[in-house]
Design a binder for this molecule. Sequence first.
Ligand SMILES: Nc1ncnc2c1ncn2[C@@H]1O[C@H](COP(=O)(O)OP(=O)(O)OP(=O)(O)O)[C@@H](O)[C@H]1O
Ligand SMILES: [Mg+2]
Length: 488
Amino acid sequence: MNTISATNKTTILKKLLKFFLPILIIPIIVVVFFYHYYINTLITKGIINQSKNTIERISKSQDIQKHLKVSQDISLPNISIIDSEAKVILTNILYDQHIDIIKKYIIDVTNTKDVKLYHNKANKFMIKPIVENNKVTAFIIINYKNNIDKRLATTSQTLTFILVIVILTFFISIIFTLLFAVQITTPIKELINGIEIISKGDKTHKIEVSTNDEINILVNSFNDMINKINNHQKDIEVLNNNLTHRVKKEVEENRKKDQQLIQQSRLAQMGEMISMIAHQWRQPLAAISSTSTSISLKAQLNKLDNDLAIRLSNKISDYSLHLSSTIDDFREFFRTNKEKRDITYNELIQSVLSIVETSILNKNININKNINCNDTLSTYPNEVKQVILNIIKNAEDILLEKNIQNPTITIETKCGELVIRDNAGGIPNDIIDKVFDPYFSTKTEKDGTGLGLYMSKTIIEKHCGGELTVANNDEGAVFTIKLRDNDD
Ligand SMILES: Nc1ncnc2c1ncn2[C@@H]1O[C@H](COP(=O)(O)OP(=O)(O)OP(=O)(O)O)[C@@H](O)[C@H]1O
Ligand SMILES: [Mg+2]
């Protein structure tokens, strides 16, 4: 199981900060931007408009006295009126140096007869000529710089206050966010630690958290789940134990069954063997019998000299040796190999044929050998020989049963593969899948056990780790034994 890494532990905290920071930073940016824009644009524009309105109102009164009255009514401290000679009629703000500056602009204003704005670093003026009877009689001047400065001062005070509040809110929010995050992450960390302990194997560990909220509910559900998993695991362990016990029992029973089958098939094979031994022995026994008859006849006719007696008795002893070696072959055949041995395909085939060939040839069945591989392979020779013998005997049975013309069994080897085929017409398609099943036999007359091919497949595939398959070709059945040449 994966352990929870330290980086994961801080994820919630990070996420909260990521989420809250933009929310807090955005108002600050908005305030700063607004502050800047307001100061530079809005206030200036507003004051200019306001001053223009004032100057228009004053200029609309009909004569100088009225202008003065209107301007006094408005009681603006920054309004001045000078006559066409630049003599000051009314002023709240104009000083001599201002008058000098204004004089420079008067001619310009006179030409346009409109409100003109004059900005420099120290002053911001607005001048409008008063025209009476098509003649400029005076100029109304508003110096609105003070207005702007004052408004800026108050606005900037307000905005600074707002900014301070926003920044304070920002920091307070961060502190609250952190506190909130810590409140969430602490029980989650406790949960993660508990999960780590459980994942390391302590399934009895109970996770405790000190909160009384959804996380507590989550932890309780988790504890419940672990309990259930533990119970299920115990059930599974019990089931597993039962299953292992049953599998062991079944395997043991199967082994016994297999042993019985092997025994049964051995007995059947021994029956076959006895008939083969009979075939093998018939000729040497006849020879022994005729030699001893000849000894007895010669003795009766007094024609048995020493030389002849020795020659004939040597002959009998040779035949007896032959009989004895045949018995050795058979005995060797039934001995099971406990260990693998190196052997060539040729040796395997020769050894089977030495037992079976005479009886097959006596039944006028041809045996073709086609050995194409002289490599050795490491295997259990006697087991493989039994398989070869089973397949050859089956071919013999079917060739005789069907009374095939020119009956032939062909044994062919390529490296890693041994093929035994016959020309008896093949295995019918409806039973070809069953021939390796135990007790499957079509040999009613001969009383077949149906164990030959089953045992053969078991030997090749389970014991020797190879493969035994069957198929039909145009002439008959083709059995292929593939043996692996390895030492496992
Ligand atoms: N070369 C073959 N051609 C056609 N059919 C075959 C051939 N070899 C086997 N069979 C079929 O496969 C069946 C099963 O063979 P298997 O060797 O397992 O048992 P069996 O030969 O019938 O009995 P037992 O081996 O005890 O004599 C045979 O009864 C036969 O029908
Ligand atoms: Mg058989």
